[in-house]
Design a protein around this ligand. Structure first.
Ligand SMILES: [Zn+2]
Length: 211
């Protein structure tokens, strides 16, 4: 699935949803005490599976688990994990409890989702009028202005997605004002489709001028 994540990021780049070094993705199999995350500062349109970082989840205190940089490949040894590691770590740590499942977290910067939030739209409010969105994708209330690669961004995203201690989330996607979106599902393309659907509806809403 790491190859599929590379394909997803290449597609996001072609759609102008990220510039070269933006965007990050993580993946965890439920029965593993580690997950993989894209590296920081690498061109995402040419990302390779051996560049991913392998992050262990400490089995120690559940109150303050620690992300541990595990050895993976020689190439990845010289790279750092994505700066949005706190966002991914908090989600992957809890969601790994779902037996039989893979969890993929995708963060990109889609144009019309960000434009809609900039125009004052709470993304959670637009899905009612669009069945092709609300049939398949649950949209969380926006996260407000928070600094990128911060613990606050991670905490606010977890809160708006209603991540609980059993690893459940109430929504599939959340927007971060002035920044981007975070989508979660059981495969890279499924997570990506939440973004694609929301982006399409945001484009329509903005084109209508009625919001
Ligand atoms: Zn970002």
């Amino acid at each position: 699935m790491l190859e599929t994540i590379c394909e997803v990021l290449e597609d996001a780049y072609k759609r102008n949803w990220i510039t070269s070094r933006d965007g990050n993705v993580s993946i965890r199999h439920h029965d593993r005490d580690h997950f993989y995350i894209t590296p920081s500062g690498v061109r995402k349109q040419t990302l390779q599976p051996d560049q991913f970082k392998k992050i262990g989840i400490s089995q120690g205190s559940h109150v303050s688990p620690i992300a541990i940089d595990l050895p993976y490949t020689d190439i990845s040894a010289n790279l750092k994990p994505s700066g949005e590691l706190p966002l991914h770590f908090g989600l992957q740590r809890e969601m790994g409890q779902h037996s039989g499942d893979v969890r993929v977290v995708v963060h990109v910067h889609p144009t019309y989702c960000i434009a809609a939030m900039h125009a004052g739209i709470d993304l959670s409010t637009i899905s009612d009028a669009f069945p092709e969105l609300n049939r398949y994708t649950r949209v969380a209330p926006n996260v407000g202005d928070v600094a990128p690669i911060s613990q606050e961004l991670a905490d606010q995203c977890h809160k708006m997605l209603q991540l609980d201690k059993d690893g459940n989330i109430a929504y599939d996607i959340v927007g971060i004002k002035g920044h981007g979106v975070v989508a979660i599902d059981t495969s890279p393309w499924r997570a990506y489709e939440h973004i694609e659907r929301l982006e399409h509806i945001c484009k329509i809403v903005l084109a209508s001028g009625k919001y």
